[in-house]
Ligand binder design. Structure first.
Ligand SMILES: NC(=O)C1=CN([C@@H]2O[C@H](COP(=O)(O)OP(=O)(O)OC[C@H]3O[C@@H](n4cnc5c(N)ncnc54)[C@H](OP(=O)(O)O)[C@@H]3O)[C@@H](O)[C@H]2O)C=CC1
Ligand SMILES: CC(=O)N[C@@H](CCC(=O)OP(=O)(O)O)C(=O)O
Length: 344
C-alpha cells in the first residue's frame, strides 16, 4: 500500500510515520508539507536518519490521488478547504483534525471559531471511534478521526450509558493532558518556563470537544445530554487521564459496572479494562494504542468514578487513525500497532 501524510512534520504526523514504518502492508510512505518543500525529512528529524531520507513534497492533488490512503494531520480549519477536491477521486482519507467531526456546521463554527467544511462532505464523513463504528468505517471514503479527549472519555462511558447503568444527565468529566496535545507550535501556555511546575485548567466550560462528546453519546448510545467537561494541562509530554463522575442507577453494583465494560470490549484488542485495584496512570499506555479503563463505585454517594488513560498522540490521534485504516482495508486492527507501552 502507498500512503501519504499531510502535516508529516507535526507531532501527529511523526507518530504516523513511527507506526506505519512497521506496518506489514505499507510499502511506501510519502510526506507532504505546506512550508518546506524539498527538505530531506531525516535532516529535519535526526531520529529518522536512514529510515526516512525522502524529501518533503508539495501538497498536490494529482500526486495525492495516486495513493491508497492519505492521512491529514493539520491544524483545524485546513482540511475544510484542502480535502474537497480529493474526496472520492482515489485514496481513502483519514483526517486527524476536527474539521469533519461535528455534523452541525453552526456548532462547528461556534466552538472552533472557523469556517466549516462543505456540508455534503461533513455529511458523508464517518466518525472514527473505531470500537464503536467499525461497520461504517469499513465503507467510509472520509474518516473524521476523533479528538484525543473524546476518545478517552467516550470509550469509558459509552458502554455504561448504553446499558443504562449510569445516569447520563449529570456527567461531570475532568480531563488532563500532556503538552504534546497542543501540537508543535510554540505558545505562551506551552512555553517551558510557564508550563513546567504549573498544573493549569484551560478553556473552562468552552472546550471544543464538548459538542463532539455530546454528539457521540447521542450517536452511539441514543441519549441526548449535556455534559460538564473541563481540561487541564499537566507538565509532561504525553498522555491523557480522563475522570468521569456519574450517578449510578439505584441497585447497580461495582461488579456490574466492571462486567459491562469487560463484556463490551472483550473482542477489542486495544481497550483493556482494569478489573481490580484503585490506581491507574498514563505510563501504562505511553507510546501505545491502548486505552485502559478503571471503574469504581462509591457506595457512600452512589456515584461511579470512571477513569481512562490513553496516549494522546497514539490512541488519541495517529494510532487510532491507523486502526481505522486497517478497518477500511479489512486488515487486522493490530497491524502496525502491536507494541508494548513505554512504561518507564
Ligand atoms: N497533538 C495531539 O495530541 C492531537 C492532535 N489532534 C489534531 O490533529 C491535528 C494535528 O495535530 P498535531 O500534529 O499535534 O499538530 P502540529 O501543530 O504538531 O502539526 C501540524 C502540521 O500541519 C502542517 N500545517 C500547518 N498549516 C498547514 C496548512 N495550512 N496546510 C497544510 N499543512 C499545514 C504543518 O506542517 P508543514 O509546515 O510541514 O506543512 C504542521 O507540522 C490537529 O488538528 C490537532 O487538533 C487530534 C488528536 C490529538
Ligand atoms: C493540551 C491541548 O492543548 N490539547 C488540545 C487538543 C487539541 C485537539 O485534539 O483538537 P482538535 O479538536 O482540533 O483535534 C486542546 O485542548 O485544544
Amino acid at each position: 500500500m502507498k500512503v501519504g501524510i499531510i502535516g508529516a512534520t507535526g507531532y501527529g504526523g511523526l507518530e504516523l510515520i513511527r507506526f506505519l514504518h512497521n506496518h506489514p502492508e505499507v510499502q511506501q510512505i510519502e510526506l507532504f508539507t505546506s512550508s518546506d518543500e524539498g527538505a530531506i525529512f531525516s535532516s529535519k528529524f535526526g531520529h529518522l536518519l536512514t529510515i526516512q531520507d525522502t524529501p518533503l513534497q508539495k501538497i498536490d492533488i494529482e500526486t495525492l490521488a495516486h495513493l491508497d490512503v492519505v492521512f491529514t494531520s493539520t491544524p483545524s480549519g485546513v482540511t475544510s478547504t484542502l480535502l474537497p477536491p480529493l474526496v472520492g477521486v482515489g485514496p481513502k482519507i483519514i483526517d486527524l483534525s476536527g474539521d469533519y467531526r461535528l455534523k452541525d456546521l453552526e456548532v462547528f463554527e461556534k466552538w472552533y471559531n472557523k469556517q466549516p467544511a462543505p456540508k455534503q462532505l461533513v455529511k458523508q464523513s464517518v466518525y472514527g471511534l473505531t470500537e464503536w463504528n467499525e461497520r461504517n468505517i469499513q465503507l467510509a471514503h472520509l474518516v473524521a478521526n476523533p479528538g484525543c479527549y473524546p476518545t478517552a472519555v467516550l470509550l469509558s462511558i459509552l458502554p455504561l450509558i448504553k446499558e443504562g447503568l449510569i445516569d447520563p444527565n449529570y456527567l461531570v468529566i475532568d480531563a488532563k493532558s500532556g503538552v504534546s496535545g497542543a501540537g508543535n507550535k510554540l505558545s505562551q501556555t506551552t512555553h517551558y518556563s510557564e508550563m513546567n511546575e504549573n498544573f493549569s485548567i484551560y478553556k473552562v466550560n468552552e472546550h471544543q470537544h464538548i459538542p463532539e462528546i455530546e454528539q457521540a453519546i447521542e450517536l452511539f448510545a441514543d441519549v441526548k445530554t449535556t455534559i460538564t467537561f473541563n481540561t487541564h494541562l499537566v507538565p509532561m509530554t504525553r498522555g491523557i487521564l480522563a475522570t468521569t463522575y456519574a450517578p449510578v442507577i439505584n441497585g447497580v453494583s461495582n461488579e456490574q459496572l466492571t462486567e459491562c465494560l469487560m463484556e463490551t470490549y472483550k473482542d477489542h484488542p486495544f481497550v483493556r479494562v482494569v478489573s481490580s485495584g484503585t490506581s491507574i496512570g498514563t505510563s501504562r499506555v505511553k507510546g501505545s494504542n491502548y486505552c485502559d479503563i478503571l471503574v469504581k463505585l462509591d457506595e457512600r454517594t452512589n456515584r461511579a468514578t470512571i477513569v481512562s488513560v490513553i496516549d494522546n498522540l497514539v490512541k488519541g490521534a495517529a494510532g487510532q487513525a491507523i486502526q481505522n485504516m486497517n478497518v477500511q482495508f479489512h486488515m487486522p486492527q493490530t497491524f502496525g500497532l502491536d507494541v508494548i507501552p513505554l512504561f518507564i
